[in-house]
Design a protein around this ligand. Structure first.
Ligand code: HAM
Length: 436
């Protein structure tokens, strides 16, 4: 037997039902906040993901060549595809865009709890908005989804930082401009590897050990006031600081202050983020990040640089904020907290023919029930009554419609309510009439 590929998941019907429940919450929260749905192929040109920043994601690509020797990749994330779609039809989508999708993404990842080689990732992206209102819309919609799942600020925390703020502080400390991205990607490993390994990474990024440990001290600052003191001390710009303060105030006015924490160690492992960065974690921090995102004001522009004229570039929504929320960690958390719903199969009517003769007799009823919006299924082929009633229960049937030779002869049916066990005999024509 050939098993499922390592790191990939099968969804048997019971798993699929739970996944659908989760997706329905993603869709509901998206729609209630005015996000529109979009989708695109899972296969993209490998080139779309070529970024030379040393991000993990580019080493984790599933790549292959098609029969015409095109170099292709399975998408590891949705953001480059979204950028490609917007650039492709930039004339039709000027101004603001609020889009959502639930793509399946593939990454050849080292597997740990909460990380697989395939996952579904709810995406929200808001393009064309400079202010922190874009961040607010994404974050508030995400928190609404958590609440629809039965979670609260007791279970989930949002850790926010700002790359502009960190970068300005790093420059103030003496980190060179071309070392900043390397420092970000090293800091992203905080909590995943030991601090001395982080120092090693920082040294690899070009810092001396003294500066590397100073950087580590700064990212451990948990208090925004202390950060402000450090900014003032080294004369760094306060733009990032102002942005994060504004976002905190918007989220507080929205009613979500209990969820948010400033955390300088949140930098995110993707190179394209330019300002706000954030990640959702379980409050006990026993699991990997549940979701993450941020502002990426240059990605669309950078991709557009390749194919568009100066004039066309001017009309593209350059500013962008978005986030991705995977289906793996959240299932772990909901399982731990016993918040996964029991989703049993449900059916309105189960039709039970005692012999082949009653099969044809009952078919018009199955047809009409379904057309009228009832779930209905006929047991086939007819078996011993006990077996058929057992199956009705397994299929979650609320009612049974039973016909044997006697009912057929009288043009009658037996209708049984499985919950109350009440059974009534009705005329076939009356029952047909009553379905509406
Ligand atoms: P990301 O942090 O790489 O961001 O992924 C976002 C979320 O996807 C993670 O927090 C996690 O829930 C889930 N995820 C990622 N990799 C895996 C994996 N191997 N197994 C299970 N779950 C995983 C992005 O992908 C950005 N493109 C998000 C974004 C959208 N930024 C702006 N717009």
């Amino acid at each position: 037997m050939i098993p499922v590929t390592k790191g990939m998941r099968d969804f048997y019907p019971a798993d699929y039902r739970v996944q659908e429940w989760l997706f329905s919450i993603f869709r509901k929260a998206s729609s209630l906040s005015g996000f529109e749905y979009y989708d695109c192929p899972v296969v993209e040109a490998e080139e779309l993901y070529v970024r030379k920043a040393g991000e993990e994601i580019t080493d984790q690509l599933y790549t292959f060549e098609d029969k015409s020797n095109r170099k292709l990749a399975l998408r590891p994330e949705m953001t480059p595809s979204l950028a490609r779609m917007v650039i492709q039809k930039y004339k039709e989508y000027p101004g603001k865009i609020k889009w959502t999708s639930i793509p399946q993404c593939f990454r050849y990842e080292r597997m740990t709890r909460g990380r697989k080689r395939e996952h579904y990732q709810w995406n929200l992206d808001y393009l064309g908005e400079k202010s922190m209102m874009a961040e607010l819309e994404i974050i508030a919609t995400a928190i609404h989804a958590f609440e629809l799942m039965g979670l609260s600020s007791e279970n989930v925390k949002l850790r926010i930082s700002n790359r502009k703020l960190l970068s300005d502080l790093l420059l103030g400390l003496g980190v060179a401009e071309d070392q900043v991205l390397g420092v970000f990607l090293s800091i992203d490993k905080l909590g995943k590897i030991k601090d001395d390994q982080i120092i090693e990474l920082l040294v690899k990024a070009g810092l001396d050990t003294d500066l590397a440990s100073k950087v580590l001290d700064v990212v451990y600052l948990k208090d925004l006031e202390k950060v402000k003191e450090s900014i003032d001390a080294c004369g760094a710009s306060i733009e990032g600081y102002t942005e994060i303060q504004e976002l905190f105030s918007l989220l507080t006015n929205y009613g979500y202050s209990d969820y948010i924490e400033f955390d300088f160690s949140i930098v995110r492992g993707l190179a394209y983020y330019t300002g706000t960065v954030f990640e959702f974690f379980d409050a006990r921090r026993s699991l990997r990040a549940i979701a993450g995102g941020g502002r990426y004001d240059n990605l669309i522009q950078n991709l557009a640089d390749v194919d568009l004229s100066e004039k066309a570039k001017g009309s593209i929504s350059k500013e962008a904020v978005g986030f991705g929320f995977g289906d793996v960690v959240i299932f772990e958390l909901l399982k731990d907290l016993k918040l996964l719903p029991e989703l049993n199969l449900e059916m309105d009517y189960y039709l039970i023919p005692f012999s082949e003769d009653e099969v044809a007799y009952l078919l018009p009823i199955v047809a009409k029930l379904r057309k009228q919006g009832f779930t209905a299924e006929m047991h086939y082929p007819p078996q011993k009554p006990k077996k058929m009633f057992e199956m009705a229960s397994k299929r979650g049937a609320k009612n049974g419609i039973i016909a044997g030779s006697m009912e057929l002869e009288k043009k009658h049916l037996k209708v049984k309510n499985f919950k109350t066990r009440e059974e009534t005999e009705v005329r076939f024509s009356d029952f047909m009439e009553s379905i509406s």
